[in-house]
Ligand binder design. Structure first.
Ligand code: ACM
Ligand code: ZN
Length: 608
């Protein structure tokens, strides 16, 4: 503690106090570190620089850093020391698990922490690297002491509506890790497809992983009539678990029960109330056929499936779904009604709760914990359940009030399949039924709602963004929907609440997005910085724009014409005469990679 204070006090420029106007060269780190002090001077990184570590547990982290350097600059660092031209990684067991300190000064670079902390220090280091040209790559002198606000920082990917290949799942995890997101919630089963091999029930994947056609068009009725499917073998899953672990990402597998199980019922119709037959559905939406909870075979089935899942995934949490299970079939099913009667359950909500209690007991006996969507509150919460609050925050508030752990994932802030702009015609198809979730809206999320006491807030272990797949039929579109909003989520999950500042985030984002662009990773190109801040001065609109991606060019028109055809290169503040109806400046960004944004409109109106 004392050591850190001395170091902080001795540095020149204090960035922690005024996050809006950082007078430093390090506006590049997302999520914002807890404490950061920038000095004057640079450490040059070259093929002569060495990387030194005293513990074999750091080998993979060092190799991943070299992979990054190789991809970006075309060289790697040899292991060893070379005086002050050395990056030193040092384990310090006394530090909290994910904390790290990063010091760059005239003595070299030092990253200290536990294994996960050092990995995060390296992620920060990567974001600090600047290249003036190919020969001149440097890091600013800096002292960072950093640790996360929340232990659970999650991103969910729905691979069940559409199947994404192993290579993409790895890429998704890789990107998460860069922004210090540490839980990959893998939504593996759905009505529309069962994506995990279960040895005891092979037809889950020989039948349940495939469908004949998919609901496709904007109007929701049309079908593409193209067969679709796929699943992950257990061998592939083990490989992905290892890949994630190397990046300090723990996988939270979800087997969605007892609803969203049509793919399983297509394979094993005897587990339904009616007996089927069923097909893997070709349309989205909530299906009335769900697992029969009056049938003993259902309980055997879920236990067998969860046993294999628990074997495959070493993390503490198993997500059992629990969302959107209609009660209609249970109402009409003699077996379900019998189960309700025998167990003195109040109604079908009680039956669902009875089932979740059963899963909880089973998973707890195996030394793990269940997470369920907030519907598991209905009919009574089971004793060891963690609640994932998605229908707003009410479920999370109720669970925290009952002293249960909570992961906040309110859809109106953190559903990353929702449209990113109200200008829907210029966006790719998103969740048609849902409100828009802009980057700023995601960023504005604060999980410590005033509706919770300070003591209850302690039950909020983290937050999560969710990428549902109904309208995301291609991996590039997953990235487009997830980024940059996942980075906003990551900052809320990691950085101290008092360090958050949207304008500052956007500046740092510009640097991070340039890095993604260099690597050919798709993301939504945000509106230029300043696009909604036109100022009216007399009869002029003053419009000051900055690219939302570093190095991007902005092209604009002021006469309403299409900037892709007629745009002028933006170089300086615009002063546009206001017509009677105001001004509409149209613009778009062109990135160094050649990718272009949608067309954005900057408006200013006469004040009277
Ligand atoms: C959900 O969005 N059905 C959890
Ligand atoms: Zn039944």
């Amino acid at each position: 503690m004392i050591r850190r204070d001395i170091l902080l006090g001795s540095m020149l420029t204090i960035c922690t106090i005024f996050p809006v106007s950082l007078p430093c060269h390090a506006q590049t780190v997302i999520p914002a570190p807890k404490e950061m002090v920038v000095g004057e001077g640079y450490f040059d990184v070259s093929p002569e620089t060495r990387i030194d570590y005293n513990d074999n547990s750091l080998t993979t982290t060092a190799e991943l850093f070299n992979d990054y350097l190789d991809g970006r600059f075309g060289f790697t660092l040899k292991k060893g020391t070379k005086g002050k031209n050395t990056i030193r990684l040092r384990i310090d067991k006394s530090m909290p698990q994910e904390a790290y300190s990063l010091i760059i000064n005239s003595k070299g670079v030092a990253i200290t922490g536990n294994e996960a902390g050092i990995f995060y220090g390296i992620q920060t280091l990567q974001q600090l690297l600047k290249a003036e040209n190919e020969e001149n790559i440097h890091l600013p002198y800096i002292t960072i002491n950093d640790e996360p606000r929340f232990s659970y920082r999650g991103l969910m990917l729905d691979v069940a509506r559409y199947f994404y290949p192993v290579e993409y799942v790895k890429k998704f995890i890789d990107l998460m890790a860069r922004y210090k997101i540490n839980r990959f919630h893998w939504h593996l089963t759905e009505d529309a497809g069962w994506r995990i091999e279960i040895k005891k029930y092979p037809e889950l994947t020989t039948i349940g992983a495939w469908r004949n056609s998919t609901q496709w068009e904007r109007n929701g009725e049309d079908q593409d009539r193209v067969p679709h499917g796929g699943f992950y073998t257990q061998e592939q899953i083990r490989e992905i678990v290892r890949y994630a672990a190397n990046r300090y990402v723990t996988i939270v597998p979800e087997i969605d029960l007892p609803g969203h199980t049509m793919a399983a019922l297509a394979a094993y119709p005897e587990l339904s109330c009616s007996g089927g037959p069923f097909q893997v559905p070709e349309t989205w939406g909530i299906k009335e056929d769900v697992l029969c909870l009056g049938n003993d075979d259902t309980y055997r089935f879920v236990e067998d499936v969860l046993t294999e899942v628990i074997d495959l995934f070493p993390g503490e949490y198993i997500h059992i779904g629990g969302d959107e299970a209609p009660k209609k079939r249970w109402k009409a099913c003699p077996k379900c009604q019998q189960r309700i009667k025998e167990n003195n359950l109040k109604d079908e909500h009680g039956l669902q709760s009875y089932f979740i209690h059963h899963l909880d007991e089973f998973v707890t006996k195996k030394g793990r914990k269940i997470i369920g969507w907030d519907e598991i509150l209905e009919g009574g919460l089971s004793p060891n359940a963690t609640v994932m609050s998605w229908r707003g925050e009410d479920g999370g508030i109720a669970a925290a009030s009952q002293q249960h752990d909570v992961i906040m994932s309110p859809n109106i802030y953190l559903y990353l399949d929702y449209y990113q702009s109200d200008n829907r015609n210029s966006e790719p198809l998103g969740a048609l039924w849902a409100p828009t979730v802009t980057l700023e809206k995601t960023y504005s999320y604060e999980p410590y709602t005033p509706k919770l006491t300070k003591e209850q807030c302690n039950y909020i272990i983290g937050i999560q963004g969710n990428v549902w797949g109904e309208f995301i039929h291609h991996p590039d579109k997953v990235s487009y929907m997830a980024y940059p909003r996942a980075m906003a989520m990551a900052e809320t999950a990691w950085s101290p609440a008092k360090k958050k500042n949207y304008a500052d985030f956007c500046k740092r984002l510009a640097s991070c997005l340039a890095d993604l662009d260099r690597q050919g990773i798709t993301f939504r190109i945000p509106e230029p910085i300043g696009w909604n801040q036109a100022v009216v001065d007399g009869n002029l609109a003053i419009i000051d724009l900055k690219p939302s991606v570093e190095g991007a060019a902005i092209y604009y028109t002021t006469d309403g014409s299409n900037p892709r055809l007629y745009g002028k290169l933006y170089t300086d503040t615009l002063r546009v005469p206001l017509s009677f109806s105001g001004v509409n400046v149209k613009c778009y960004l062109r990135l160094p990679s050649g990718r272009s944004s949608a067309i954005y409109t900057v408006t200013a109106r006469n004040s009277e």
